[in-house]
Design a protein around this ligand. Structure first.
Ligand code: IMP
Length: 427
């Protein structure tokens, strides 16, 4: 059995949680491979409605082993709270495992995320302030503390003493705020360690064993390709790779193991936080989409910026991920609109371009070139069969397939598992 990677193809919030929850019904392992609790995966299923930040969305399927991979940064307080909340609502978390190589989000990361954002004044990145950027920065600076370190109190103290001294200098001398107490942070993280110890494992072996047994494995992406630190709208990006390449590194498996790469696209675009978004609608159509779809951040509650589907960005995302298929989510949101627009190119300095520029200065100047399509103005959320969709909706999907050169496997017409049209088999 294969590995299917489920990858955010836009700026995150595409609905990966629903897709993973749906596909997990047939899977044996689901691995989250990047990001941290900046992610907010909304899942609606027979257990209720959930907003997961760290735990893979496969947790609701009783045969699934869920792994938080080495590529995720973990805030232990958030994870423990998430485990407790799931348990209180009758969801079993005994099949959850955490890589012993995952880095931890520490209290100074959260403090510094906020302080750095404030120091950027008008140029703030609009981060989720969950400490994600500082935690990944420390990981590559080799100043991280990992879940495995929680299992040995001496190692934890040694690492913390070394690192916290430097962080306290930054906190006090640069930002003029109070230092953190070594004893307090240490005892807090010792408690977290005791609580999380049963979950912490060498997870790559578990993954290899599942693959050798030919079990279906899902890689669950977080954020989206246009927030990738290399290919996204840098510096308005996140700090770990949401691409399928990040999936190999962040889960601990080789690229040859991955047989399908699903790009998850919303039927329109949204973005939360700062940075360029060429098709953003700052008018009543944008407001209508936001209110109809309740486009507010799952993690921060911020209103999401809404706009038309950007096929230039979508082609770019398809190229850098090698999508074998696409999932179009929230098609039903467009039911109300009489006309739809799709961005098929950009005008930059009087020239037409069909690629996604690397610089935000260029992207800021890009004017979208739109193609108009008729809307269908009929409800679609009860439809399960592709042929039953209004002809205009099928035209819209067909045009997206053409523009992105990516066949559509699934179409979502509502948050529930059943509100899905299986257009083409994934495997
Ligand atoms: P950070 O990842 O918290 O550092 O935030 C950096 C940028 O990524 C900001 O624009 C955030 O709004 C955005 N971002 C981070 N996580 C998500 C997500 O799960 N969905 C959408 N945007 C996100």
């Amino acid at each position: 059995m294969p590995v299917i990677a489920v990858i955010g193809a836009q700026w995150g919030d595409e609905g990966k949680g629903k897709v993973v929850d749906l596909l997990a019904q047939k899977a044996r392992v689901v691995v989250r491979f990047s990001g941290g609790d900046n992610a907010g995966h909304t899942v609606v299923n027979p257990y209720g409605e959930f907003r997961l930040h760290l735990i893979p969305s496969g947790i609701f399927s009783s045969q699934v082993v869920c792994i938080i991979g080495n590529g995720v940064v973990i805030n232990p307080a958030v994870l423990i709270d998430e485990i407790d909340q799931l348990n209180q609502r009758g969801v079993d978390t005994s099949r959850l495992f955490i890589s012993d190589r995952a880095n931890l989000v520490m209290p100074y990361h959260i403090l510094l995320d906020g302080l750095e954002e404030e120091s950027r004044a008008g140029k703030a990145l609009g981060t989720t302030r969950r400490g994600i950027g500082p935690a990944f920065a420390d990981k590559v600076a080799r100043l991280g503390i990992r879940t495995g370190d929680l299992l040995d109190k001496e190692v934890l103290m040694e690492r913390l003493r070394l690192i916290l001294d430097g962080k306290n200098i930054i906190l006090t001398k640069i930002y003029g705020v109070s230092p953190l107490s070594l004893d307090e942070v240490y005892s807090q993280y010792c408690q977290y360690g005791e609580r999380l110890a049963p979950y912490i494992r060498e997870t790559t072996i578990m993954l290899e064993e599942a693959l050798n047994r030919e079990e279906l494995v899902l890689l669950e992406g977080a954020q989206g390709a246009l927030l990738d630190p290399d290919f996204g709208t840098y510096p308005y990006t996140t700090s770990s790779s949401p691409l399928v390449g990040g999936g190999c590194v962040g889960a601990g498996l080789g690229p040859t193991r991955i047989s399908r790469i699903l790009g998850v696209f919303k039927a329109y675009c949204t973005r939360v936080g700062s940075g360029p978004m060429p098709t953003e609608l700052k008018d009543e159509t944008g407001d209508l989409i936001r209110e109809r779809a309740h486009e507010y951040g799952t993690t921060t509650g911020r209103p999401r910026r809404c706009g038309w589907f950007d096929a230039v960005a979508a082609r770019f995302s398809t190229r850098i991920n090698g999508f074998t298929g696409a999932v179009i989510t929230r098609l039903d949101i467009l039911d109300a609109l009489p006309r739809l627009k799709v961005c098929v190119g950009y005008e930059l300095d009087g020239k037409t371009i069909n690629y996604f520029p690397s610089s935000v200065a260029a992207l800021d100047k890009c004017q979208p070139i739109y193609e108009e399509l008729p809307g269908w103005q009929a409800p679609t959320n009860h439809i399960r069969d592709y042929e039953q969709l209004p002809v205009e909706a099928r035209q819209y999907i067909a045009r997206l397939e053409e523009l992105t050169s990516c066949p559509v496997n699934l179409i979502c017409v509502g948050p529930e598992r059943e509100q899905t049209i299986h257009k083409m088999p994934i495997l």
